[in-house]
Design a protein around this ligand. Structure first.
Ligand code: BG6
Length: 450
């Protein structure tokens, strides 16, 4: 088995605590990391190794998918080291070499779990870490802060590292039900035969969260919902739903959909986009008190190709809404005005499953009524226990050199182009950022574009 090292920049960040450490623990519990692996968590805070382990202990216990066995956990901790360094200072990088000098690690992951504004300096710093051979660089989203900036970073990474070793992660592609969209499309003639403008009236892709910006005010206030969720997660789901050939090469198929997105200049922005901000956002920690950053985005867009001509795709995402819900809702065309349409919902989170509405004769009477059928996948304990978390799956894929579910540069570039132009058009048209109540469904103005 290869000797694995995982170096994490952003070792004291929310992402590492909440997602990465529990995911790495899960992989360890599944015996997938070997005996010689090492995790080096890098942060600026002045923690001793013991203090750091004490902190991650409670996060792992709360968030690890697999049952915690105390002995196993203590074993796991022997492989974790905390290293205090200022990663904006290039001179400090050579100090990292000592972590890798006694073992010849041959499968080296370097996770940039930090804001994209640090990607450049870390990439330069890593050139000074000679003991880490052929590193695989995992870049957390968003990749860059605009198309221009993303392009600059992409060139820098290609220059400093082997381009095959660059893994641009979008953890939504590690979610079980996002992957299931392709299987559901591919294996059910009942669905695949009607997957086009001829039978579908509209598609809604929703990602709502009850949480706000939590401890990430700094980053989020720069990003907003468009860059934090739409440019990546939601366009990823949209391209999977809309791609032509579920058996084709995923990245190529997704790219094809992005190329066919209706250009912003052909969209009526006022009738296509609504941005909102939840009440109280400006009082959040590390948020500008006069911020105009959006915490909600609702967009109506079109994929102008043969399959999807004139079918509206609605994308909706928001923080501090009434419920947590990530799903794809497909509304089919009615066969008659007075008969309800078929509806298919692929539920991604928190429920994982499939929901279907179809028509039957009203039992015992002559009318027509709608029957509702629901399959809840994560209600089944065995299914739940056997389903890796998104980050667990993506980190394992990187260990195994499987880049098929990571984004290619061209996808990132086109998604940025779309988001940059959309934002500019929104501002140019003087459309306000609508305020919405915490615990609501977002700004009421969204209903006007639907
Ligand atoms: C992250 C965003 O990528 O995804 C967060 O930066 C968001 O703002 C999170 O809360 C949602 O991920 P999940 O897996 O909890 O749906």
């Amino acid at each position: 088995m290869s000797k694995i090292s995982i170096t994490i920049f952003g070792g004291t960040g929310d992402l590492t605590y909440r997602k990465l450490m529990p995911a790495i623990y899960n992989l360890f519990s599944r015996n997938l990391l070997g005996e010689n692996f090492k995790v080096c968590a890098i942060g600026r805070r002045d923690y001793s190794n013991e203090e750091y382990l004490e902190i991650i202990d409670s996060w792992i216990k709360e968030f690890a998918r697999l049952k915690i066995k105390e002995e196993r956990l203590l074993e796991f901790y022997k492989h974790i080291e905390y290293y205090k360094m200022d990663f904006t200072n290039l001179d400090e990088y050579s100090g990292l070499n000592k972590f890798y000098e006694n073992t010849s690690f041959d499968n080296n992951l370097v996770y940039y779990a930090v804001s994209p504004s640090f990607f450049e300096v870390i990439s330069d710093g890593m050139l000074r870490v000679n003991n880490l051979k052929n590193p695989k660089i995992i870049l957390e989203k968003p990749f860059g802060s605009s198309m221009k900036n993303a392009k600059f970073l992409s060139e820098k990474l290609d220059k400093n590292f082997n381009s095959e070793n660059i893994y641009r992660i979008d953890h939504y592609l590690g979610k079980e039900m996002v992957r299931n969209i392709l299987t559901i499309r591919e294996t059910n003639p009942l669905i695949s035969k009607v997957w086009s403008k001829d039978d579908i009236e509209s598609i809604e892709i929703t990602a709502l969260e009850t949480v706000g910006v939590e401890t990430r005010g700094n980053y989020y206030d720069e990003a907003g919902a468009l860059k934090d969720m739409v440019q990546n997660h939601l366009l990823q789901i949209l391209t999977i739903v809309a791609l032509d050939n579920p058996n084709g090469v995923l990245a190529d198929e997704q790219l094809d959909v992005l190329k066919n997105l209706r250009p912003i200049e052909k969209m009526d922005i006022k009738k296509s986009v609504v941005l909102g901000q939840y009440k109280g956002y400006r009082q959040e920690d590390k948020v500008n008190p006069s911020s105009s950053t959006e915490t909600f985005a609702g967009i109506k867009l079109f994929v102008d190709n043969k399959r999807w001509k004139n079918v509206p795709f609605f994308i909706k995402t928001g923080k501090k809404t009434s419920e947590r819900e990530i799903e794809v809702l497909v509304k089919f065309k009615r066969i008659k005005d007075d008969i309800n349409p078929n509806v298919l919902v692929i539920k991604i989170q928190p429920t994982e499953g499939v929901y279907l509405e179809f028509n039957i004769k009203t039992p015992g009477e002559d009318g027509i009524t709608t029957a509702k059928m629901e399959f809840c996948q994560n209600c089944n304990l065995i299914f739940r226990l056997n389903t890796p978390e998104a980050y667990e799956r993506m980190i394992l894929a990187c260990i195994e050199n499987d880049s098929s579910w990571f984004s290619k540069w061209e996808q990132i570039e086109l998604s940025w182009k779309f988001i940059d132009e959309l934002k500019q058009a929104y501002i140019k048209n003087n459309i306000p950022i609508y305020e919405y109540e915490v615990g609501s469904d977002g700004p009421v103005e969204y209903n006007l574009i639907k």
